[in-house]
Design a protein around this ligand. Sequence first.
Ligand code: PLP
Length: 425
Amino acid sequence: MTHDTLGMERIYLDYAATTPVDPRVLTAMRPYFSEKFGNPGSVHRAGQEAIAAIDEAREKVGKALGAKFREIIFTASATEANNLALRGLLRTVRGQYADKFWHKSASSQREVGVSPRVVVSVIEHESILETAKDLEKSGVEIIYLPVDKKGLVDLGKLKTALNERTVLVSVMYASNEVGTIQPIIEIAKIIADFKKNHYPLLTTHYPLLHADAVQALQYLNCDVNSLGVDMMTLSSHKIYGPKGAGALYVRRGGPATNHHPLATIISGGGQEYGLRSGTENVPAIVGFGKVAELLGEYTQEAHRVAELRDYFWVKLKKLKSKIEINGPGVMLKKDSSDLRRLPNNLNVYFPGATAEELLIKFDMAGIEASAGSACAARSLTPSYVIKELGFPEKRAKSSIRFSLGRPTTRQDLDEVLQRIKNLPA
Ligand code: PLP
């Protein structure tokens, strides 16, 4: 809890937007702002010190995913990692299949059905959806996978979306808005079966599977091999690390290539194995490495926040009987293997009030929550995710996301409930 200028305790319930930096992470980062300020590209000792620190961070992030050291590409954000996954892959495809896919104008490619195909879910983060839209303009066919009322992607539609032109499937591991956990292992299996049936000689490694695991990393198993993903996006500031560091895991050594399947989208000095030029943000990368190393300490955290979240929901519902939950149900079972909702997420429909009005009231009462994703919330446009679950615009306009984090306690939630009870009608 922090206090505002009038001395009111502020209660932050927006940990899906961002998290405070763990003090141990800050300590690890600090020397890299001043004493150890070398450019990792320099050959002298200061440069070597910096590149060694990046390599150590790469090792740690890789370890958190069960990935090899060289499979981690540091970026400035998850947004950039998502852009690299989609645009970088399509640039490679353009190079490999220039004659097949790209010899016609963008519009005629679609007509004759020779454009490469990318499959994304309709509830992806904007950094996937806007990138997909942009690729669509350059002639890539995008198939948008619908979701059900709980936000789960339609696996039947996925099966029919796979054909010999499909180069990528990108499905987020867990939704930042409604917390839905997608069945990534099942999705990987569908893709693997498709490849087995269509390419028995393994003549291609397409379609690749990419998962945006930004919201999942601290709560779910993100071992890339057990999940069966080819690419995975991460963000440091959602897991108590600094802003300015993200990563893309990119599998190496697939059946068809031992190289990264991506082409760069930022050219220059060739940092990050040529995939992301620009002097590395050493302190932020060091912080990301440290936070990845600390993840193991928090194995009980998912249970703790899920219990708190369920407690909060039950009490809130008693207080406001008309409210409804968006996305999967919340009640924590002892065996949580079939749970389909992120443990820290609660997305609530408040009939009769707009999210804007509510957020202002909450903010005045010292409660920090949000409507949808952080980027959308600034403009307060109704959540496209809630609409895609099949709800009317009205519901999308009146829904609030509460997201709990490591500092959240039961006392905080009791206090929030009390303040909501006292809100003016
Ligand atoms: N993907 C998901 C699922 C997110 O929740 C977010 C942030 O809200 C992002 C991507 C973008 O992350 P970043 O802020 O690191 O660009």
